[in-house]
Write a protein that binds this ligand. Sequence first.
Ligand code: 13P
Ligand code: SF4
Length: 305
Amino acid sequence: MNIREMQDEIMRLKKENDICILAHSYQSHDIVEVADFTGDSYALSKLAAEVPNKTVIMCGVRFMAETVKMLSPDKKVILSSPEAGCPMAEQMDRELIENVKKQFADYTVVAYINTTAELKTVCDVCVTSSSAVKIVGAIENKNILFIPDCNLASFVAKQLPEKNIKFLQGGCPVHAAITKAQAVSAKEKHPGALLLVHPECRPEVAELADYVGSTSGIMDFARKSDAKEFIIGTENSIAQHLQYECPEKKFYLLSKGFICENMKSTTLPMVLDCVKGQGGEEIEMSPEMIAQARKCIDKMIELGG
Ligand code: 13P
Ligand code: SF4
């Protein structure tokens, strides 16, 4: 089967089997084309509670599939690639955070949504990169313990100087690997281009950017901007998707190595297997875990609007 035939078969089977395919924007273009909805982490978590289908296939990473399961416990939720974890989500465990909380008893614990369900059970509110500033700003408590991404925490702290934000040293190995020297060199190579970066990048990279924002923030900025050239400082799929959408503009990669291997572990044949009911991994969570872990996601949706 060629790509087109596989895509046609996926479209046919998902309709026949009442399946909704959600794809994070870091998925490759052939997968985005067969998805019912594509978006960043926040958009996908909001959709998770609303889709009417019996089965949801999440083309993304494990914490995203867990979020769908928590918000729609009666649905069958399939993670397209069983090996698609997020290294950042697994950097801190429940025991560590319980111990840290003892030292910061009067702090509100804010968890980036890139955390395991187990870790979410000991946190107060979740945020995503597109909602973090709004949500932290809406929390009454001045004292915030932000986990696990220290780069996103620094970005939020800069926007909200009135807050006392403490953080631990965690983060995305893909975004945090980008150096200031790479950003300087990309700007020198493309002097007419605007640099757009994700807040998971190091602060010294973000400081050089013309715009810092989430996946959907970067995409919206590039679509609406009058500028014609952009250096994309996030996962390389975003440059590819934008190039399809805006053929009159030019999108350059900040680094050829800006690839999340976990996001990219889903392939079109794997999605085809999932719609046939043969592949992926069904997410199983106990009702107790769901009840405990989803509180901070519900709080995110309440404060994020
Ligand atoms: P957003 O989708 O919130 O931009 O996050 C990017 C990311 O790294 C997802 O894992
Ligand atoms: Fe996790 Fe980073 Fe990959 Fe996102 S890009 S899934 S944060 S490793």
